[in-house]
Design a binder for this molecule. Structure first.
Ligand code: HEC
Length: 178
């Protein structure tokens, strides 16, 4: 092989290896946030005693992995056999990024509630009937997710919005594992 071809072949192999590395990194990241979500869920559903510290830490685990941190692990079209990422991620980057940022924002609301309520899961943290629902429709389209200030969103409601964000992004940008 001529030297140039060797260099090109090496560069291609390196590129593939880096892309693969990125795929496993983001899969690990997703697993970490899934574990943290389970923890939060157990607390809201009473399967685990409440601790503001634990709630805060779990929500922070998600928050710090959402937003640009998440988006950066989808740096280039690295859809591959081992990846469930859909090519639409790179065709509709803004929409993908918006969902990652929503997740960061909602996780911040839950973390803040944990910080402010160290000992008790208060009524104010609970989802109330009459709570204006964001829901899939809001995440589906553009517009305000919450009509008021973030600090008025009950933590449990913010947690539901987090779950809807996971589901919205997966429905649009992830192949289903059969
Ligand atoms: C902005 C889009 C987006 C958001 C938000 C998002 N995900 Fe994902 N998730 C993906 C994509 C894309 C994949 C596939 C990644 C791949 O295989 O390369 C994935 C994969 C996963 C996986 C499989 C990881 C593996 O082992 O292969 C889990 C579990 C997961 N996500 C959980 C979550 C949870 C829980 C949330 C919400 C707290 C969430 N995700 C939020 C886009 C998203």
């Amino acid at each position: 092989m001529r030297p140039l071809l060797i260099i090109l072949a090496l560069a291609a192999a390196l590129g593939a290896a880096l892309a693969q590395d990125e795929v496993s990194q983001r899969q690990d990241l997703m697993k970490e946030i899934a574990e943290a979500m389970n923890r939060i869920n157990r607390m809201f559903s009473g399967q685990e005693p409440y601790s503001g510290q634990v709630l805060k830490t779990a929500a922070e685990t998600v928050r710090l992995r959402a937003g640009t941190t998440m988006v950066e692990l989808f740096s280039h079209n690295s859809a591959s056999v081992v990846s469930q990422a859909r090519p639409e991620i790179w065709e509709r980057k803004e929409e993908f990024q918006e969902l990652a940022l929503y997740l960061e924002r909602f996780a911040g609301i839950v973390a803040e509630a944990g910080r402010n309520n160290p000992d008790d899961l208060t009524d104010a943290m609970r989802m109330r009937s009459g709570t204006p629902m964001g829901g899939g429709s809001l995440l589906g389209g553009r517009g305000t997710v919450w009509p008021g200030e973030d600090e008025d969103v009950p933590a449990e409601h913010a947690f539901h919005l987090m779950m809807e964000t996971c589901a919205s992004c997966h429905a649009r940008f992830r192949y289903r594992r059969e």
